[in-house]
Write a protein of this length. Structure first.
Length: 324
């Protein structure tokens, strides 16, 4: 069983000098390199309107890519009975509230036990939808709302909406350092030059924009509300670290414990014990891919983030609001 899919995009400048298959792998990371190469060899990839069947063709950046391919059922992944916190569901989409520790898509080090495996068990029909209907991802230890497409048509429309920036995603986070006002981080993000599992601000990266505003100030930490204008891998984490305010607990981008002077023992213990990035996808808003209805969902912050905010608030009340 198979379904047709279509993708269109522009080769980013970061792909200058890279092979066609390497460029596609960077542009469409949800598909394996081998699958993308198969599509090239099968004549299912066009560059500037011309079918190219050589994976080694060099890219310059700016080329128009069009993929018209067949997607076979995701038989390589197993359906697994993993509980999903379903916030909304109809015939075309479902929205889940992902917990910390749950990987979204199988990959190196996480061959199963993921959201994708859970979806294949809960909705067997998504085996023919690209990535089992997953439209956007959350990092393993980021909590909150995700939308999933149950049909090819819904998936295609949601991906187009995401690319057109018509899907609104807002997050809550707790960052290190005292921030006095909101702002915008408009810096391109690409693969880290030496740490290949990390991302970084890079002039050869893809355009990336994060808006943030202050919700609550503590002595040496700040609770934030953030909105993504783009959706790059690790975007919020990279952007906040770039402006010297990494998220509390972030293991990859410098979120080591940074207690204020004379911090309460409870705060010291809480910061040491917080082993994930303090980030939660709190709001998701979109136009339904089939009906066109505008829909919005909210998810309360999880208990560990609530407790962290409470302890920071109590420490601030006890020690005053002096800035360090």
């Amino acid at each position: 069983m198979s379904e047709k899919i279509q993708h269109k995009d522009i080769v980013p400048e970061s792909c200058l000098g890279k092979r066609l298959d390497q460029s596609l792998a960077e542009m469409f990371p949800d598909y394996s390199r081998s699958r993308l190469k198969e599509w090239i060899l099968a004549g299912q990839v066009q560059v500037n309107g011309e079918v190219l069947t050589r994976a080694r063709e060099k890219m310059f950046g700016g080329e128009k890519i069009a993929i018209n391919a067949e997607v076979e059922a995701e038989v390589r992944f197993d359906a697994q009975d993993i509980p999903l916190n379903i916030v909304y569901e109809d015939d075309d989409i479902l929205v889940i509230n992902k917990p910390a520790g749950l990987v979204v898509h199988p990959g190196a080090g996480n061959p199963d036990g993921t959201v994708l495996n859970a979806l294949l068990h809960y909705c067997p029909q998504v085996d023919v939808v690209p990535r089992a209907g997953i439209v956007h991802r959350l990092d393993k230890d980021t909590t909150g709302l995700m939308v999933v497409a149950k049909t090819i048509a819904a998936q295609t429309n949601l991906v187009e909406s995401l690319q057109a920036r018509e899907i609104t995603r807002e997050y809550e986070a707790i960052a290190s350092g005292l921030m006095t006002a909101g702002g915008v981080v408009d810096e391109p993000i690409g693969r880290h030059s030496t740490k290949r599992t990390n991302m970084a601000v890079s002039f050869t990266g893809r355009p990336s924009v994060t808006h943030y505003r202050v919700l609550e100030k503590y002595r040496l930490h700040t609770r934030l509300r953030l909105r993504l204008e783009t959706g790059r891998t690790h975007q919020i984490r990279v952007h906040m670290a770039h402006i010297s305010h990494p998220l509390v607990g972030d293991p990859n981008y410098g979120g080591r414990p940074r207690p204020p002077r004379n911090a309460t023992p409870e705060l010291m213990d809480t910061l040491r014990a917080f082993k994930r990035q303090a980030l939660h996808a709190a709001m998701l808003s979109l136009f339904h891919p089939i009906t066109g209805e505008e829909m919005t969902w909210h998810a309360d912050i999880p208990e560990d983030l609530k407790n962290l905010a409470k302890v920071l608030r109590e420490d601030t009340k006890l020690n005053g609001t002096e800035e360090y």
